[in-house]
Design a binder for this molecule. Structure first.
Ligand code: AMP
Ligand code: MG
Length: 412
């Protein structure tokens, strides 16, 4: 049996990053950029006005006040999107709008509120300094700047920046396609009739959702029955995908054939058991370059194992730099009993009070109690050298809720 950390390290060593594809930038939101984007020019391209007002030589405004205004001749108007047709000389000014290029000769813009214009002349009521109210060329981006680095998860501001540097198409990492299969003679689908001894195949649904939530493309292969033939057939279908995950059939029961079948179809198996709870049987191997995970069957074990091993793998394949969930320090609100020698992942709810996180378990921790997973926003990690947690102790909690930390303000 290997530790959780050893298992994660062994798995991630085997995971290869996906190839890339071109996409238009509007479709690139939420994708991982696969190339460095360097700006071929400066933004803004020219010095331009930060205000509506008058472009002047600052020396012409020297000593100006409401009582003793400086009087300058207006040469014309420069709306945004146009350039001045002549330079500004001494005793002259251009009316200028925000964003319009500053005309040659001018070195400051006096804001409209400090001026008054009549019949071709503007009065300036306040002295200005050189450079005042001018946005410098290149102050946002300079020619040759690395504006978005490969490995960046593209957010709305990145899409804006890509358009500013005239990148209409970019290279992003392909999303891995992940085949999901459930195993078990006891399984029926959600729309099948009830019959004694049967249970709903909920793992295919939670796995589908976990795969989608991790940014990959789920492909549901349905249910394999507890025979080697059925398993072989379904696993072989999975070879069209970039990764295969199954649930159930990896334990020591009479019908637990997943490991054997993975070997039969050519998988190089890396390990089988991990010292953790929930989840302990876990088969991991590589078939023709594809990672294959035989996850445990219990509804919570499958989700916890996915979080620890599959999600970081999917993120590595997808080109992410950050592979792991955020972990926060929280105060345990109650006693938790664990056994030494295994890492425990305790379903809990983390809340914030007076700037401190507190963690409360969400109830019964049996590996079939899916409701305590549904109520949880985190997993308290109790290390293998501990036999529990006492109230008031500081614990590490892996945060599962993507929205964690956002406050709901119902007044809007
Ligand atoms: P196994 O390791 O195949 O014996 O599975 C362990 C237990 O997990 C089974 O007894 C089922 O109760 C449950 N289980 C297995 N597969 C699924 C599934 N696809 N959906 C829901 N529960 C499952
Ligand atoms: Mg089974």
């Amino acid at each position: 049996m290997i530790s959780v950390t050893e298992a994660v390290t062994t798995i991630l060593r085997e995971i290869k990053v996906m190839g890339t594809e071109r996409t238009d930038i509007l479709s690139a939101l939420g994708r991982v950029l696969a190339e460095d984007i360097v700006s071929p020019f400066s933004i803004p391209p020219l010095d331009n006005s930060a205000m509506d007002g008058y472009a002047v030589r600052h020396t012409d405004s020297k000593g100006a006040s409401a009582q003793t205004p400086a009087r300058l001749k207006i040469l014309g108007d420069i709306p945004a999107g146009y350039v001045a047709t002549q330079p500004v000389g001494s005793g002259e000014a251009f009316r200028i709008m925000t964003g319009a290029p500053v005309p040659r000769g001018a070195d400051a813009v006096v804001m409209q509120e400090d001026t008054s214009a009549h019949e071709g002349t503007v009065e300036i009521f306040k002295a200005c300094a050189a450079g005042e109210n001018i946005r410098r060329a290149g102050e946002d981006i300079r020619e040759g700047d690395l504006v978005v680095a490969a490995g960046t998860l593209l957010r709305p501001a990145h899409i804006g920046v890509l358009s500013s540097v005239r990148k209409a198409f970019v290279s992003v990492y392909q999303k891995p396609r992940i085949a999901i299969l459930s195993t078990g003679d006891e399984l029926v689908d959600v729309d099948e009739g009830f019959s004694e001894g049967k249970i709903v195949n909920s793992n295919s649904y939670s796995l589908y959702a976990l795969v989608k939530d991790s940014g990959a493309v789920p492909l549901s292969l349905g249910i394999a029955r507890d025979t080697k033939e059925s398993l072989r057939e379904k696993f072989s279908e999975g070879l069209h995908a970039d990764m295969i995950i199954s649930s159930g059939g990896v334990s020591v029961g009479d019908y637990d054939f997943v490991k054997d079948v993975l070997k039969d179809i050519g998988a190089e198996m890396k390990f089988w058991k991990v010292a953790m709870r929930p989840g302990n049987p876990l088969a991991f191997g590589i078939i023709s370059g594809r990672p294959a995970f035989g996850l445990p069957g219990n509804p919570v074990s499958v989700m916890v194992s996915f979080e620890q091993f599959v999600r970081p793998s999917v993120r590595k394949m997808s080109g992410y730099k950050r592979l792991f969930r955020h972990v926060v320090a929280a105060t345990a609100q109650e006693k938790v009993i664990t056994k030494k020698g295994r890492t425990y992942f305790i379903r809990c709810m983390v809340t914030c009070r007076d700037g401190r996180y507190g963690a409360t378990t969400t109830g019964e921790q049996g590996s079939g109690i899916l409701m305590s997973m549904a109520k949880a926003n985190g997993l308290m990690i109790v290390p293998e050298d501990r036999d529990g947690v006492t109230p008031g102790e500081t614990v590490s909690v892996q945060i599962l809720d993507n929205e964690f930390g956002s406050t709901e303000d119902l007044s809007y």
